[in-house]
Write a protein that binds this ligand. Structure first.
Ligand code: FAD
Length: 472
């Protein structure tokens, strides 16, 4: 049903964006054939990469591709972990990298207007320089605003301040047919018909191409403090989590990490984590308006953790100490990436994490693969890593490929089944993309998936936008 890009169509694209921004040579295409999902199995080169500089150029490209039935895969920073921006049906990769202008930082409305290709790094910097804060933070700062919106990105601070959906106030979107929609605006409220804006958040490039966004920011927390709390067992660490909330302690971030994973990252970065006690650590960031409030919150966290079996409480309160623990926490994936097959990102109700992680331990024993599990304990978003190596006596021991490949499907199936049975979802923040497409039908009622298909048909009748993602 889809057509290949012909030289004549490539020439038309060149007329829109300039020849330098239509890439067709194999070595130019190679970097655009994958994202951060670790297995090479899913790689696929597009016929061409096209790099527009304006919304009008995006509209012209889509109109042409729609008429010619050429698939178009939008691409942001390619930091996705489930193959979302991989052009599995060939055609065009539409890279947003040149739509990278921060149009406005509007302090009066506490909102920014930015193009979709602005990186998280540049956006955070601009917001911070204006004296404000933007909480959503996927761990990789080369992610772009458009990609973050298209995946409904979260990150560690979601526990207190929510995911990006809570910050998107307006969107400019180009539809498959090349029409430009303006949804929402610098508005805090709207009850004006169906909310199409929110339909595009988390739509993974399958409904339209986001070209510009109005993003809310907030006041900077006056003070932050990080706490590292070692526990003897995973169970005791995780069991402390719902107790914090029961006692009305809501940290800015609340993560759990096994010590072996911290040690691997320490070695990778040549940095030192504050404690090597126990087997699992809680990593907590608190924010507060003043020292008295911060001391009260720290005291409450420490008392609760000690009650449930914490071995100690380490406080990082200077900028250097905080930077050190944050750097180690945020580089874990980099340290284990070479040995990782897939990172799951199930989200369960917070109070179910302990039982879910216990079940992951049983599945680990049953299949004999190392499944280090850590993540955003505060919001129930658990990252189980499916590994192709074991970690024995301080070093990775690679497994035979046949062994890990034979185990992967069974492990995924049992972990997903447990998450769903606890009222969870198979993706809390990474999206479905290509890699979890085969799991979607098992995780949602058929009627819901059918409604999604119907929505897709309304926005993209010819199915050219990111085909092969979420569902077929
Ligand atoms: C080390 C590491 C840590 C991470 N930690 C987190 C985390 O804590 N929380 C979290 O949520 N994620 C995390 N991620 C995943 C990833 O960073 C996020 O999914 C991010 O939001 C993807 O943004 P991107 O610009 O890289 O998108 P891409 O990977 O380029 O694309 C992702 C999807 O969005 C679509 N898309 C991209 N741009 C547009 C656009 N302008 N219009 C329409 N569709 C578009 C693509 O087609 C694709 O389906 C992490 C990734 C890494 C590598």
């Amino acid at each position: 049903m889809f057509k290949k890009l012909t030289p004549a169509l490539a020439a038309e694209l060149s007329a829109f964006v300039g020849p330098a921004n239509v890439l067709t040579e194999a070595d130019q295409l190679e970097p655009y054939g994958h994202d951060e999902y670790s297995l090479r199995d899913i790689r696929r080169l597009p016929d061409a990469v096209v790099r527009p500089r304006s919304t009008d150029e995006v509209a012209a490209i889509l109109k042409l591709a729609n008429e010619a039935r050429i698939p178009v895969t939008p691409r942001g920073g390619a930091t996705g972990l489930c193959g979302g921006c991989v052009p599995v049906r060939g055609g065009l990769v539409l890279s947003l990298e040149r739509l990278n202008r921060i149009v406005e930082i509007d302090a009066r409305n506490q909102m920014a207007v930015v193009e979709a290709g602005v990186t998280l790094h540049d956006f955070e910097k601009a917001v911070a320089e204006a004296g404000f804060d933007f909480p959503p933070h996927p761990g990789e700062e080369s992610a772009m605003i458009g990609g973050m919106i298209a995946t409904n990105a979260g990150g560690s601070r979601a526990v207190k301040y929510g995911v990006i959906r809570n910050y998107v106030r307006g969107l400019e979107v180009v539809t498959a047919g090349g029409d430009i929609l303006h949804l929402g605006g610098k508005l805090l409220k709207s009850s004006t018909g169906y909310n199409l804006l929110h339909l595009f958040i988390g739509s993974e490039g399958t409904l339209g191409v986001i070209t510009r966004a109005v993003i809310q920011f907030r006041a900077k927390p006056a003070l932050t403090r990080s706490l590292v709390i070692p526990f003897e067992t995973l169970e005791s660490a995780i069991e402390a989590v719902p107790l914090f909330f029961e006692r009305n302690i809501v940290p800015l971030a609340l993560e759990f990490v096994p010590l072996d994973v911290l040690r691997i990252t320490e070695e990778h970065l040549r940095r030192v984590w504050p404690s090597h006690a126990g087997a699992v650590h809680l990593f907590i960031i608190l924010d507060a308006a003043d020292e008295a409030e911060m001391d009260r919150a720290s005291q409450a966290v420490a008392e609760t953790a000690l009650e449930t079996g914490a071995l100690d409480v380490f406080i990082a309160d200077t900028p250097a100490k905080q930077e050190n623990v944050l750097a180690i926490r945020s580089k874990i994936y980099e340290a284990v990436k070479a040995e990782t097959v897939e990172i799951l990102d199930i989200c369960v109700p917070r109070a179910e994490i302990a039982a879910h992680v216990k079940r992951v331990r049983e599945i680990e024993a049953k299949f004999g693969l190392w499944l280090p599990t850590f993540g955003h304990a505060g919001d129930g978003n658990v990252h189980t890593h499916l590994m192709k190596a074991r970690y024995v006596d301080g070093r990775f021991v690679p497994l035979d490929e046949k062994i890990w490949r034979a185990a992967i499907e069974g492990i995924r199936e049992e972990i997903f089944a447990d998450g769903l049975a606890r009222g969870g979802v198979i993706s809390g923040e990474h999206g479905i993309g290509l890699v979890k497409k085969r799991d979607l039908a098992k995780s949602l009622p058929a009627a819901q998936v059918e409604l999604m298909r119907g929505i897709k048909r309304v926005f993209d009748p010819n199915g050219i936008l990111n085909p092969g993602k979420i569902f077929d």
